[in-house]
Structures are given as C-alpha cells and as structure tokens.
Design a protein around this ligand. Structure first.
Ligand SMILES: [Cu+2]
Length: 329
C-alpha cells in the first residue's frame, strides 16, 4: 500500500519534472541571458501568476456554490455576483495585464547599437554577415559570437522560404520573410554558450537548422571579429593534399575559403570553419570524423540539403579534406 502511494506520487510528479528540465540550459526562454528575454520571461511569469490566481478564485467560487451553499441565490445577489465577478474584476485584471505588456514593448523596440549583423535564412543553414561600425563586412555562417552588454541590431532576410530566427535565451523570435528585411535587437546580459533554432517549418530539414551563440566580453569579441575578417591561415604542409582535393572536386563552386581560389557563394563560408563548434548548422560536433561523414553522406544526414553527397570519392581523399578544414581556425 505504502509502495503504491509512493509510486503513484512519483508518477504524478513525472510530467512536472519533464517540464522543469526544459526550463534551464542553452535554449530556454525561462533562463534568460538577454535584456529582451528577461522582459519576455517577466511578462510570462506575471501572466502565469495572475491567471493562476484567477483560476484558484474561480474554482473556489464554484466549489463554494456546489458544496457549501445550501439555499439558492437571491435575484439581487446573483446579479451582483455576475456584474462584479463576471465583468468588473476580469476587465480590470485583463486591463492591468494588457497595459503591463504594452509598457514592455517600447523597450523591446528601442534602436540597436552601432554593431549590425545581417542573418539570412537558407534551406537549411544561416548566412551571417557582420557589419562593424566603420569596417568592412565580415562573412560567416551558422555560429554567432556577440559582445555582452551591447545592443546588437539584426537585420533578418531570406531568399527561399519563410524561416524564423530564434535564440530563446536572448530574446523573442522574428520571422525571415522573402522580399522583406525584418529588424530585431538583442542585448546579451551575461556571457555563455547558447543555442538558436529555426522556428518556422521551412522544409525537410527544418528541425536540423540550428546555430550556436557564444556571448563573450567586448574585448574578446573584437579580437574574434578581427580573426574572422582575416583570410584563412596559410595551409600547413600536412594539409596541402586536403586543400588540393577540395579545389579539384569543385567544392569551391559553392563554398568560399578566403585566401584560396574557392569563391563560391551557394553554401556556408568555410574560411574559419574550424573555429565553429558545430557543422551542418548546429547538428554535429565539429570533429574530423563528423566533417568526413557530412561530406560523404550529407543526403542522409540532412535530407534535401543543397549540397551533393561525395560518397563516391576515395575515403582517403575525404579524410584529407576533412583534416584540412580542421586547420581553418
Ligand atoms: Cu528554416
């Protein structure tokens, strides 16, 4: 009997535990790491608590009416209850919540700082271009690095289908719609590693379209941006065969590796691929093994991705390319 109640209690608590484990970590709107996300989380908690209070009051009233109250309401008492509990109190409560929500909006719409980042959604990855104030644009992909404490202005666009740019820990989501450019400002408030995702069904590999966000101190950000702007490191002698195979197999028709003959614009810029934590838009850890697997079997790893699989190349050649890509810090 005792056993049964304990198990029963544990069973009842299980869905709750499942919910709570979703509340922390790299991709949670309830564990905010940005000014905008804090506003959204605050609004969420205010709404949740207010609706919880209303829920308890309504249930209390219903149970009072059903169990305790023996005699019927008088005509006058019933009308008064309906006017107050059915109209006046809900109107007041909803008005307070509405004005609280509206008051948060201007802050979310305030202009960004001097750093602008253009992110373009593609099936199924993210083209990223940094526009530092006064400097030349810096091309990257699938991984964002942001300075803590600075308002960064994102312009979001797409050329294929609708995507949605969302870093739950930093702020709200914003759609990327063909033919227009949407604006979003994010201000990270603490350093750390976070994850973003595409929040709009965009095709077969929509669920495999994520990206990483690393928030660092401003000085570290400047150093990173300078490295990212530079061309690829000189090829190490051991990796020369890999670079040659990359160029010989036409990878450069779609990919750019600045500092080499590869100038393609169809796929992600690979100039500093080795400095990114993941490949394939956030889906695989960036290891030599995974790079080789991605090149050989991209059609299985990422259905409908716009890159041909190179499984027919000799394994040694693929391994050499994967090794060379690993030197592109
Ligand atoms: Cu998408």
């Amino acid at each position: 009997m005792e056993q049964r109640t304990v198990t029963g209690r544990a069973m009842r608590a299980m869905p709750l535990a499942g919910l709570l484990t979703g509340c922390g970590g790299v991709q949670s709107a309830l564990d905010p790491a940005g000014f905008e996300a804090e506003q959204v989380a605050r609004l969420f908690w205010a709404m949740l608590i207010a609706s919880g209070v209303i829920w308890v009051l309504v249930l209390g009233l219903a149970s009072y009416a059903a169990r305790r109250r023996g005699q019927p309401w008088s005509q006058q008492g019933a009308s008064r209850l309906i006017v107050w509990a059915g109209a006046v109190v809900p109107t007041l409560l909803l008005a307070v919540l509405l004005f609280y929500g509206l008051r948060l909006m201007p802050e979310l719409r305030a202009p960004g700082g001097p750093l602008r980042v253009h992110v373009e959604g593609e099936q199924f990855w993210w083209r990223v271009r940094y526009h530092p104030p006064g400097g030349a644009p810096v091309e990257s992909a699938n991984a964002l690095v942001l300075p803590v404490g600075q308002r960064v202005e994102f312009s979001l666009s797409t050329r294929d289908v609708i995507h949605s740019f969302w870093v739950p820990a930093l702020g709200g989501k914003m759609d990327m719609i063909p033919g227009r450019t949407n604006r979003l400002v994010l201000e990270p408030t603490r350093t750390g590693e976070f994850r973003g995702a595409c929040a709009e069904l965009c095709g077969a590999s929509h669920a495999l379209m994520a990206f990483t966000v690393r928030v660092v101190e401003p000085a570290e950000f400047e150093a990173w941006l300078a490295r990212e702007a530079a061309p690829a490191a000189a090829v190490e002698p051991a990796a020369q065969a890999g670079e040659a195979a990359f160029l010989a197999n036409g990878c450069g028709a779609c990919h750019s590796v600045r500092g080499t003959a590869a100038r393609g614009d169809i796929g992600p810029d690979l100039t500093h691929l080795a400095s990114r934590p993941t490949i394939g838009a956030g889906i695989l850890e960036n290891s030599a093994e995974n790079r080789a697997a991605f090149i050989a079997r991209v059609d299985q790893i990422k259905p409908s991705a716009r890159m041909p699989a190179y499984g027919t190349l000799p394994e040694t050649e693929i391994a050499a390319i994967a090794a060379w890509l690993g030197t592109l810090r």
